[in-house]
Design a protein around this ligand. Sequence first.
Ligand SMILES: Nc1nc2c(c(=O)[nH]1)N[C@@H](CN(C=O)c1ccc(C(=O)N[C@@H](CCC(=O)O)C(=O)O)cc1)CN2
Ligand code: GAR
Length: 220
Amino acid sequence: MSGKRLSVGVLISGRGSNLQALIDACADPAFPARIAVVVSNKADAYGLERARLAGIATAVVDHKSYDTREAFEAALDATLRSHEIELICLAGFMRILTSGFVHGWTERMINIHPSLLPSFKGLHTHERTIASGVRITGCTVHFVRPEMDDGPIIIQAAVPVLAGDDADSLGGRVLEQEHKIYPEALRLIALSRVRVEGDVVVISAMGEDGRTLVNPPVGG
Ligand SMILES: Nc1nc2c(c(=O)[nH]1)N[C@@H](CN(C=O)c1ccc(C(=O)N[C@@H](CCC(=O)O)C(=O)O)cc1)CN2
Ligand SMILES: NCC(=O)N[C@@H]1O[C@H](COP(=O)([O-])[O-])[C@@H](O)[C@H]1O
């Protein structure tokens, strides 16, 4: 590996278990990315404590302190750029971002969502999944676009919906897979193996014969 690690900013709003999965992955010095800063819009987000315990810089940019979404996002953007971030990871960040902000980070901002997009976009995902009667759900890492949960898909994992599931039991099962695919998505991006062609992500890998493979099995 060249040694240069991709500098990442993680945006959170809450407990930060996906942040913790990214912290744990980046703790390996061979992992091709590092978290430079964790920013929360909520001062009481436990994810901030996770970052502090890992020795990672933190910041709070409280959306309630700004009169407009744009003013909030200008402060968010300045904080991220002050840490020379190359990629933003949304990890339970619960604010809709305006197209202005998103366009400033095209193909450099990813999000994890607890469904198999494009199914069940938005909030209260597990409740709606259970109510729909589907038997398979999962999670998705995607590039962020102005349209909610609509960006090119990088990685997904499938999870069964079991009889008697409620939002907590299903959410816990999905979360286990989220913690696997988010670090893998970051690793692939940091290795420059991910590119977007229109609305479709292409993942390349160096084959055993030294030729580039396209869309190899994930984790390869
Ligand atoms: N422009 C985009 N912004 C965001 C995306 C995205 O794909 N495009 N992903 C979301 C994450 N998310 C679902 O994955 C999501 C987060 C928040 C909301 C929402 O309705 N937020 C409300 C406030 C809710 C609250 O504060 O509890 C709001 O912003 O008014 C929907 C979907 C992150 N942003
Ligand atoms: N629409 C966005 C959304 O619902 N994101 C979901 O919020 C949870 C955050 O948990 P965490 O703070 O423990 O990572 C995760 O399940 C993530 O997929």
